[in-house]
Design a protein around this ligand. Structure first.
Ligand code: PLP
Length: 389
């Protein structure tokens, strides 16, 4: 295993968490496809660290160690999905009667979990425009026990100042969880900015190839990590060894992929700003992005997500999405395949329209997740679709 203090991100993403198999020399950590682990004796229970794969599995451990190194945390826990990571984190950190502050723009599933499930168990949620830290201060209550932000937020790309919100949270000893799915630890490391937990849907950039759904959390302290692992075990939402294996391979090219995908996204954003059928374009790398200074200050890249609206409103937007050929119309993001998503009917369909509109998730918003194809081909497909409007 590489040394965190000596090696660069690119070396750690390849080597950390894994070592040649001690019995065969296999360079890849095997898929430990097993339910259980035979114990030496009753007195030496768990000597090798494992009892049952719901609680822990060596392939999953390898991935957890790799992600811990990349996020620069104390430890990680991997999950069956990103939503399993969010559910276990919220259930570990919140009790009946507690209050949680959430970014007003979050992935639709996080909104659904809060408003339609956890609220039934006596937890209250405030959806706050966390792009202004003063709003977080204003929303604090004596019973606030968790601040959960998503930055950049899905799908509007609104940013939260991680350091500023972490300072507010730390002062009150309230955990600050950051959903870091859109930028990954290559571009943004929330724990280094003062947050307590960095969360991922590993389904996205971390695995990156549209192969598997998964999730992870990385914590900055052992106690919080253990409480989340405890809930994971109770819920039975551990990642499977097969998914951990795929995700371990995806991690090795994370920096190369997200860098190249972001370069593609920047070129596509530039192209869209010049096309007469486009009403507006949002990409953190554009000078028109309202939080460009924050984007540059807290992350080392702008990512490969962008969105735009076309003239002619919703109908024109739908026509465009239906005429794209190289861009696949699909839910998901962060993969090597370029995807186009209509957030209102797909990822955020369960969010009430009024709330959606006030969060800036407009009916005509076309979300792009830029993949690894050639930028020329991606632009030419967008151009043929836009030219028809
Ligand atoms: N967080 C963000 C920002 C997401 O975009 C998603 C899914 O789209 C999730 C969490 C949930 O992840 P999963 O679909 O792996 O459950």
């Amino acid at each position: 295993m590489s040394d965190n203090t000596k090696h660069s991100f690119q070396t750690r993403e390849v080597h950390d968490g894994v070592a040649p198999d001690p019995t065969t020399g296999a360079i890849l950590t095997p898929i430990y496809q097993t339910t259980t682990y035979v114990q030496e004796s009753v007195d030496r229970y768990m000597d090798k660290g494992y009892s049952y794969s719901r609680s822990g599995n060596p392939t999953v451990t390898a991935l957890e160690e790799k992600i811990t190194s990349l996020e620069n945390g104390v430890g990680s826990a991997c999950f069956a999905t990103g939503m399993a990571a969010t559910s276990a984190t919220m259930m570990a950190l919140l009790n009946h009667g507690d209050h949680c502050i959430l970014s007003d723009v979050v992935y639709g599933g996080t909104h659904r979990l809060s408003t339609q499930v956890l609220s039934r168990f006596g937890v209250s949620f405030s959806f706050v425009d966390t792009s202004d830290p003063a709003n977080v201060v204003q929303a604090l209550r004596s019973e606030t026990r968790l601040i959960f932000t998503e930055t950049p937020a899905n799908p509007t790309l609104k940013l939260t100042d991680i350091a500023a919100v972490s300072e507010i949270a730390n002062e009150k000893t309230i955990p600050h969880v950051v959903d870091n799915t859109f930028l990954t630890p290559y571009f943004q490391r929330p724990l280094e900015l003062g947050a307590d937990i960095s969360l991922h849907s590993t389904t996205k950039f971390i695995e990156g190839h549209n192969v598997s759904v998964g999730g992870s959390i990385t914590a900055n302290n052992e106690e919080m990590l253990e409480s989340i692992k405890f809930v994971r075990n109770c819920l039975g939402s551990n990642m499977t060894p097969m998914v951990a294996f795929y995700t371990l391979q995806g991690c090795k090219t994370l920096s190369t992929r997200i860098q190249a995908q972001s370069e593609n996204a920047a070129r596509i954003a530039d192209f869209l700003t010049t096309h007469s059928a486009v009403e507006r374009v949002c990409y953190p790398g554009l000078d028109s992005f309202p939080q460009k200074e924050l984007a540059t200050r807290q992350a080392s890249g702008f990512g490969s997500m962008l969105w735009f609206e076309v003239k002619g409103g919703v109908e024109a937007g739908k026509q465009l999405m239906n005429t794209l050929q190289l861009w696949s119309l699909a839910e998901n993001l962060g993969s090597v395949e370029s995807l186009v998503t209509h957030s209102v009917t797909m990822t955020h369909a369960d969010m009430p329209r009024e709330e959606r509109m006030s969060a800036g998730i407009t009916d005509g918003l076309v979300r792009l997740s830029t993949g690894l194809e050639s930028a020329e081909d991606l632009i030419s497909d967008l151009k043929q679709a836009l030219d028809r409007l």
